[in-house]
Design a protein around this ligand. Structure first.
Ligand SMILES: Cc1cc2nc3c(=O)[nH]c(=O)nc-3n(C[C@H](O)[C@H](O)[C@H](O)COP(=O)(O)OP(=O)(O)OC[C@H]3O[C@@H](n4cnc5c(N)ncnc54)[C@H](O)[C@@H]3O)c2cc1C
Length: 447
């Protein structure tokens, strides 16, 4: 039988390799580490966790707990290894990261049908392939993916907005209001920093000329022709918007519509701040993702009326996050729309979170095995958490397409759930997900 090629031995690729091999396929798993580094991974182990050691909640009525229950039912290797490497962490599943990655590596290495090849794959090969190369996909492979999908269908960066200490906002200048809630301004959810025209013009000009952080190694990819999709259109850094035209911000993240200042007039522009933590002492600057140097953020953002003395508890930053425009190019079975033996899995599909990435790896490996044994690839019910994640990333509106992790908001509404409180709704969603998965598995077994 034809060998299945899997690119990337991270969370998704390792799970995919195991699932396909367990279903009888011969698998060639390519992992570029340790020859080539991603800049975030530190070892040559498969399934290395690059940051947190937590896989999220284990509670059965939390979104992440529902996903784990589905993965248990579907026989996930990585969840099994995580549970064998668990550390005390209350209701969460946290792991000894070294022990976890070693366990996964040993299980994959000792599988008789999996061959691990420590090489970078620079181009998407012919034949059955799963691309699971993650948010730090190598530049050459990124270019090959961009060539397949068309420029503008591969995103490179995510940007985050700064957060300020609420106690340092000057509320003599800033005011509370939600849009269109004039008259009850004290009740508004947002803190609004109003600009008159002169303040706005000075601010925009400072933004345009402020120093930015060099994007270093990523620039190579950008300069070599995959420029169009570099940023999410919906998540552009403010300094990039500012350069598009002097009023671009006033019609974008700084639009004042629906707001009246203390003088009862609409300001020329507004920066809105939204509560960022439960305690209400941190506020983020809405839509103000940025790549300015930290010292420049302090200088320029203190020009915002009301933030003259603001303390920044987190600066805006950009980080690399390569992912494809799944709503345009992928089916819910994780197959490519123009090539049915090409699958994508993991963070590169726009699914976020360790468990979600393991889960898409599981489905891609399962579906690749089905395809190569003459069966149709599966689309899971959208009422299951995994089905909902795959549905979301392949059906979202591309203009607002953001990486998405497991949450109840992506499940279809429950019938007659109006009377349920939040916790009961979560339980009902969790129960429905597992029931529907069971029914689905019975159906495909009997087909
Ligand atoms: C800095 C950083 C911090 C993060 N922190 C968290 C966190 O705390 N919690 C969380 O849930 N998520 C976090 N993420 C997202 C995280 O990366 C994913 O949740 C998860 O690792 C993605 O799994 P994956 O299998 O898609 O990618 P990865 O686990 O990154 O695996 C992809 C693998 O492909 C390999 N590879 C890349 N290109 C090639 C190539 N051309 N040929 C061969 N091999 C290749 C890489 O070396 C890597 O081993 C973080 C991401 C980054 C970049």
């Amino acid at each position: 039988m034809t060998e299945l090629i899997i690119i990337g031995g991270g969370l998704a690729g390792s799970e995919a390799a195991w699932q396909a091999a367990e279903r009888g396929l011969a698998v060639r798993l390519y992992e570029m580490r340790p020859q080539m580094t991603t800049g975030a991974h530190e070892t040559s182990d498969l399934a290395e966790l690059v940051c947190s050691n937590s896989f999220g909640s284990n509670l059965p009525d939390r979104a992440s707990g529902v996903l784990k229950n589905e993965l248990r039912r579907l026989g996930s290797l990585l969840l099994d290894c995580a549970e064998s490497s668990a550390l005390p962490a209350g209701a969460a599943l946290a792991v000894d990261r070294v022990g976890f990655a070693r366990r996964v590596t040993e299980r994959i290495e000792s599988h008789p049908r999996i061959r691990i090849i420590r090489e970078e794959v620079a181009e998407i090969p012919d034949g059955p392939v799963i691309v699971a190369s993650g948010p730090l996909t190598s530049d050459r492979l990124s270019q090959s993916i961009a060539a397949l999908n068309g420029e503008g269908h591969l995103f490179f960066f995510d940007a985050i907005a700064p957060i300020v200490d609420a106690r340092t906002i000057n509320m003599d200048v800033a005011f509370r209001a939600s849009r269109y809630s004039a008259g009850q301004q004290e009740e508004g959810d947002y803190i609004n920093c109003p600009f008159d025209r002169m303040q706005y013009e000075a601010f925009v000009s400072a933004l345009e000329t402020a120093e930015r952080i060099e994007l270093r190694s990523f620039e190579e990819a950008i300069h070599s022709g995959v420029k169009a999709g570099t940023f999410f259109e919906g998540c552009l850094p403010v300094e990039v918007i500012a350069q598009r035209g002097s009023e671009s911000l006033a019609y974008g993240p700084m639009r004042p519509v629906g707001l009246r200042g203390r003088d009862g007039k609409r300001p020329h522009a507004v920066v809105q701040l939204r509560q960022d933590n439960l305690a209400g002492d941190l506020y983020n600057l809405v839509g103000f993702q940025t790549n300015l140097k930290f010292s420049e953020q302090t200088r320029v953002f203190r020009m915002i009326p009301g933030l003259e003395h603001a303390e920044f508890v987190r600066y805006g930053q950009m980080h690399r996050n390569t992912f494809i425009a799944s709503p345009t190019v992928l089916l819910s079975s994780l197959q490519h729309k123009t090539r049915d033996n090409l699958f994508f899995a993991g963070q590169i599909t726009g699914v976020e979170g360790y468990m979600g990435n393991v889960a898409t790896g599981l489905l891609a490996g399962w579906n690749a095995a089905r395809l190569l044994t003459g069966l149709s690839p599966l689309t899971l019910p959208p009422t299951t958490m995994l089905g909902a994640l795959c549905h979301y990333v392949t059906h979202a509106d591309l203009r607002d397409f953001q990486p998405m992790k497991a949450n109840f908001g992506i499940l279809p509404p429950l019938l007659s759930a109006e009377k349920l409180n939040k916790r009961d709704r979560a339980r009902a969603n969790a129960g429905r997900a597992l029931r529907d998965l069971e029914t689905f598995l019975n159906e495909i077994e009997n087909r």
